[in-house]
Design a protein around this ligand. Structure first.
Ligand code: DAH
Length: 337
């Protein structure tokens, strides 16, 4: 065996990976490896040459061991480097959690108050036809609400418009359901108004409708008093002022006692002690028959309120536009999750 060549092989060895190192290890130091063969060969070497032969074999052994130590260390280090340094005890990164929009919070609160006394939630489309938004609700053809100035029409024939109120959902429900009917209808409504602190081209309403035999104005009044107490506190009082809507007769506007000054008079209630929060009334018999319900047998009440208006009163928000600006600093102030 050429000891010189083996020594060179051992000295020149380079490993690119652990497999190559293992192969080198077993070639030189393995049971059937080169070095065992060389040592076994000792007895065939002439006695006078044994010393130098032994030195040559030891040199090969030393060279091989050096390479093995060197590359073992190298691959061990690189192994530990390939796994990143992770400290599992470090606290995690927090994901910022959003908060509910005040309009959503107040809408949910309104719906919940009514659902506890048996009202289920109904919905209708935001693009409405003339019948559901106006005609079935007794709006005469010359009514100003039908004017281009107030309503966003979808086409030149004015057959379709963005609904101007959620009262359109009343019509859809009465057309498709038999009394008793007891629903709330939340949703977005649109009006072609100049945007200011008190008016916007879009806002939210919650509609209410109750149709059954013998429903009276007293039922309406008691239901709304219950709502006011739940929404604004047990001390709240209400008053109903005569008003006019084409689809109710009689019609009223409801005020709630100012919860900011407890009726003493302040800027929010303009020193009257009262805040107007909704329109209401007994469903006009003509509207019932427009929707296929016999007004001789059934009667009912309806009401509609602006969600932003109630949120403004509840949270003392002075400008309606804040609801639609999506300023996180504003939105974060109201309950979360
Ligand atoms: N739809 C009316 C509005 O947008 C509000 C309203 C008044 C709804 C009286 C009603 C009602 O259901 O009975 O101004």
């Amino acid at each position: 065996m050429d000891t010189q060549a083996l020594l060179q092989e051992a000295q020149n060895f380079q490993a690119e990976n652990k497999e190559q190192l293992d192969a080198f290890k077993s070639r030189f130091l393995g049971k059937k490896g080169v070095l065992n063969d060389l040592f076994a060969n000792m007895k065939h070497v002439a006695p006078e040459s044994r010393k130098s032969y032994g030195q040559e074999v030891n040199a090969i052994k030393q060279a091989a061991e050096e390479k093995i130590t060197q590359y073992t260390a190298l691959f061990e280090n690189s192994d530990s480097k390939s796994t990143p340094d992770i400290d599992h005890s470090l606290p995690g990164n927090w994901m910022p959690v959003g908060s509910m929009h005040p309009v959503t919070l107040v809408r949910n609160e309104i719906l919940e108050i009514f659902s506890k006394i048996g009202f289920s939630v109904a919905e209708g489309p935001e693009i409405e036809d003339d019948w559901h938004n106006f005609s079935a609700l007794n709006f005469p053809p010359e009514h100003p609400a039908r004017d281009m100035q107030d309503t966003f029409f979808m086409d030149h024939e004015a057959a379709f418009a963005l609904r101007t109120h959620t009262s359109s959902v009343q019509v859809r429900i009465m057309e498709n359901h038999k009394p008793p009917i007891r629903i709330t209808a939340p949703g977005r409504v649109y009006r072609n108004e100049a945007i200011s602190a008190r008016a916007h081209c879009l806002f939210h309403q919650v509609e209410g409708l109750y149709i059954d035999k013998n429903v009276s104005f007293a039922d309406l009044k008691q239901t709304l008093l219950h709502f006011a107490k739940e929404m604004f506190g047990a001390e709240s009082q209400i008053r109903l002022r005569p008003s006019y809507f084409p689809f109710t007769e009689p019609s009223a506007e409801m005020d709630v006692s100012c919860n900011i000054c407890s009726g003493e008079g302040c800027n929010v209630c303009k020193h009257t002690g009262w805040l107007e929060i909704m329109g209401c009334g007994m469903v006009d018999p003509q509207v019932l028959s427009n929707c296929g319900i016999d007004p001789e047998t059934y009667s009912g009440y309806a009401f509609g309120m602006g969600v932003e208006r109630i949120a403004m009163l509840k949270y003392s928000i002075k400008d309606l536009r804040l609801f639609f600006e999506n300023d996180v600093k504003f939105l974060k102030q109201f309950g979360n999750g």
